[in-house]
Design a protein around this ligand. Structure first.
Ligand code: NAI
Length: 332
């Protein structure tokens, strides 16, 4: 009976219950604005805010906003399980961000362990929840989560996501700027992974269509790939993208919640367990449904520049995936 309830727990019956969502790392640079945006969602009934410290103030502050969503704060490892109890979705922005001169991979040593511990708790408390990972390096932290869930016997590949929405949001913003268009009218798939060269915006498939000479297309692609570093340098040691990331994560979480509630035709790009390429994980547009990823949309035709980037990115992404798998295999 308990098992039946548990399986039912990750579905939101059409038009009825609202979701309970946990944010792990909620007191951080991304966690706070993300929690603010989620507090505004009509699809969330309860927000569970967890961090190692300083969560009480964030939760108290947000709880004074007059939206229906309830907010509760949990601080310290002793309250992690309580924070996760009954959650249908867990969003993870916990970990350290980049400083100038660092790559996302430089964060591996600290963030890998943080993500592993948090995923062990998810496996124990809300094993059927949709899990949205923001903590970098996403190319490795998602395989880490998958291995932890496999070990616990709770792996649901269709409900584990690396959040790459910020790459899409940036691509939409930069293209809109270039075309003088409203960003809401722009769409562009960004595939691959979420670090440097593994971020592959398929500009030839952008809508409205872009008419760019190869050097300008190359420059736009490079700007999208390096946009995170643009923010890291502009913040000059005070962290990486937080506000745009929070907005992007809220957009992705909302898309997942709409799909979970039964809305059809929800499509977003995400880094997921995928059968589209030879790699076990790959970011692409996916169609979301009530049980998670229901369809991988085809990558579509690539021009010469995109194909070259695609070919060179695959070995780097494969290495990052393997690094994540090795980390869990070595872990007791
Ligand atoms: P931050 O340092 O401002 O906040 C991180 C929060 O995580 C802090 O409040 C900290 O106390 C908390 N934390 C640390 N260990 C924890 C644990 N074991 N359990 C729960 N919470 C814990 O960092 P920021 O700027 O919010 O970035 C967070 C992560 O998001 C970084 O890894 C960063 O690289 C990544 N990021 C990912 C992006 C993406 O596109 N996927 C974009 C931008 C950042």
């Amino acid at each position: 009976m308990d098992r039946i309830k548990r399986i039912a727990g990750h579905f939101l019956p059409l038009g009825s219950a609202k979701a309970k969502v946990a944010v792990l790392g909620a007191a951080g640079g991304i966690g706070q604005p993300l929690s603010l945006l989620l507090k505004n969602s009509s699809l969330i009934g309860e927000l569970s805010l967890y961090d190692v410290a300083n969560t009480a103030g964030v939760a108290c502050d947000l709880s004074h906003i007059s939206t229906a969503c309830k907010v509760k704060g949990y601080s310290g490892a002793g309250q992690l399980h309580d924070a996760l109890r009954g959650c249908q979705m867990v969003v993870i922005p916990a970990g350290v961000p980049r400083k100038p001169g660092m790559t996302r991979d430089d964060l591996f040593n600290i963030n890998a362990g943080i993500v592993a511990v948090l995923c062990e708790a998810i496996a124990a408390v809300c094993p059927d929840a949709w899990v949205l990972i923001i903590s970098n390096p996403v190319n490795s932290t998602v395989p880490i989560a998958a291995e932890i869930f496999k070990r616990a016997g709770t792996y649901h590949p269709t409900r584990l996501f690396g959040v790459t929405t910020l790459d899409v949001v940036r691509a939409e913003a930069f293209i809109a700027e270039l075309l003088g268009a409203d960003p809401k009218d722009v769409s562009v798939p960004v595939v691959g992974g979420h670090a440097g060269a593994t971020i592959l915006p398929l500009l030839s498939q952008a809508k409205p269509q872009l008419q760019l000479e190869p050097p300008r297309a190359q420059a736009l692609m490079a700007r999208i790939q390096d946009a995170g570093t643009e923010v890291v340098n502009a913040k000059a040691g005070a962290g990486s993208a937080t506000l745009s990331m929070a907005w992007a994560a809220a957009r992705f979480a909302e898309a997942c919640l709409r799909a979970m509630a039964g809305e059809g035709g929800v499509v977003e790009c995400a880094y997921v367990a995928s059968s589209l390429t030879s790699l076990p994980f790959f970011a692409s547009p996916v169609r979301l449904g009530r049980s998670g990823v229901e369809e991988f949309l085809p990558l579509g035709p690539m021009n010469e520049l995109e194909q070259r980037n695609y070919d060179t990115m695959l070995p780097e992404l494969a290495g990052s995936i393997q690094k994540g798998v090795n980390f869990v295999q070595k872990r007791q």
